[in-house]
Ligand binder design. Structure first.
Ligand SMILES: Cc1ncc(COP(=O)(O)O)c(C=O)c1O
Length: 391
């Protein structure tokens, strides 16, 4: 039978990146005790009132077909939320979709196709490459440099732009590096986009998880009002990834053009999920901030636990639920290091190379496991590094 070329383009992107994680899961399923710090999922429960709202809404019959754009109740709540960034925003500026992932997919499908390119920082969130390639476009990577705290710099962006480029995809706060872009950095990136006629897509799913300082969205920059496509979701902010609720805040014309695409895929929204999302936004749930403060505490635990081990240097995150550990001094590739750590110490971490060529020489540790697990995993990491030093 025939398959379309998209299946081929995506075929090799998934499994190789997650080899350590899947091997760890297979070992655990076979009865081994593994300390898992690979993937990140909020390990605090959602606010019980959010779940009550879901039930209340379902019981009141909010399970019919609904708007393919954004349920009015959610559009109102989002308008209120985004007014603090841009006072002129209206309910016509929002498209609701099942999670930031579908938002990213829809947005890229709407602006790029074969022959085009999307600029994205390297390192990057593991699914970005697949989302871009699904559209037929190809990614062009902008180096995010450790000496800049992995922040995207306008000069690095401008240096790799080609006439094929249609958009810049930024992620702030950033997964996996925890970098949070400043207003000045965003303004400089935005000016590059304006000069080269590029959309500026901003993935902001960790917006509520900034440890110290302030989250800044390009949506708040009036110069960029016509080009910013800002994406948010409840997955981290309400610790509810399974709710699958996200949105795009964008120019009205962009939302008009995207709506048929979203409807072709989904045939409308889930009203009870829109109700719960609207309720959580209107009530300014603080779950994401609480989750962020857990992660900050755990990032500090990792830092203390690895202190003095010069083969393992922690990169301090500014936000989010991961820490990076620089293992460049060991001379091992991140994949070989992570595999050997799993086999010898039963600790599962992600190799940096899963998040782009620029993160070779790093490990990504998830902070969504209990403190005792983190401490024990760090001790085993030190033991492993100690054996490398002794070789
Ligand atoms: C940077 C980034 N973007 C998007 C997503 C997907 O978010 P959602 O659950 O809202 O689809 C994740 C999930 O971990 C993420 O880390």
């Amino acid at each position: 039978m025939n398959y379309s070329s998209v299946t081929g383009r995506l075929a090799t992107l998934g499994s190789a990146k997650w080899e350590v994680h899947f091997t760890a899961r297979a070992m655990a399923a076979a009865g081994e005790s593994i300390l898992e710090m690979t993937i990140g999922e909020p390990d605090i429960p959602p606010d019980p009132r959010l779940l009550e709202q879901v039930t209340r809404s379902l019981n009141s019959g909010r399970i019919s077909y609904a708007s393919g754009r954004c349920e009015p109740v959610l559009a109102r709540a989002l308008t209120e939320k985004y007014r603090k960034y841009r006072p002129t925003v209206t309910e016509r500026n929002f498209l609701a979709l099942p999670g930031a992932q579908t938002c990213l997919y829809t947005v890229i499908m709407a602006i790029a196709e074969a022959g085009d390119a999307i600029l994205v920082g390297d390192p990057y969130y593991a699914t970005y490459e697949g989302i871009i390639r699904a559209s037929g476009a190809e990614p062009i990577f902008v180096p995010l440099r450790p000496e800049n705290g992995f922040h995207m710099k306008a000069a690095d962006l401008e240096a790799v732009i080609t006439p094929k480029c249609r958009a810049v995809l930024i992620n702030t706060p950033h997964n996996p590096t925890g970098a949070v872009l400043s207003a000045a950095e965003i303004a400089a990136i935005g000016q590059v986009c304006l000069r080269h006629n590029l959309w500026l897509i901003s993935d902001e799913v960790y917006a509520d998880m900034v440890y110290e300082g302030q989250f800044v969205t390009p949506f708040a920059n009036p110069d960029l009002a016509e080009i910013v496509l800002s994406i948010g979701s409840v997955s981290k902010s309400f610790a509810a990834p399974g709710l699958r609720s996200g949105w795009v805040a964008a120019p009205e014309e962009f939302v008009d053009r995207c709506q048929p695409l979203a409807e072709a895929m989904l045939f409308g929204n889930q009203p009870f999920i829109a109700d719960a999302t609207a309720w959580g936004i209107a009530n300014q749930l603080t779950t994401g901030r609480e989750f962020g403060s857990h992660c900050l505490r755990r990032a500090r635990l990792v830092e203390e636990a690895l202190e003095g081990c010069n083969l393992l240097r922690l990169h301090r995150p500014e936000a989010g639920m991961f820490v990076l550990v620089d293992i460049g001094q060991t001379g091992m590739t991140s994949h070989n290091f992570a595999m050997a750590l799993l086999q010898q110490e039963r600790v599962a971490v992600m190799p940096g190379s899963s998040f782009g060529a620029n993160l070779e020489g790093y490990l990504r540790l998830s902070l969504t496991t209990p403190d005792e697990v983190i401490l024990e995993a760090c001790q085993r990491l030190r033991n492993f590094a100690g054996r490398i030093r002794g070789r």
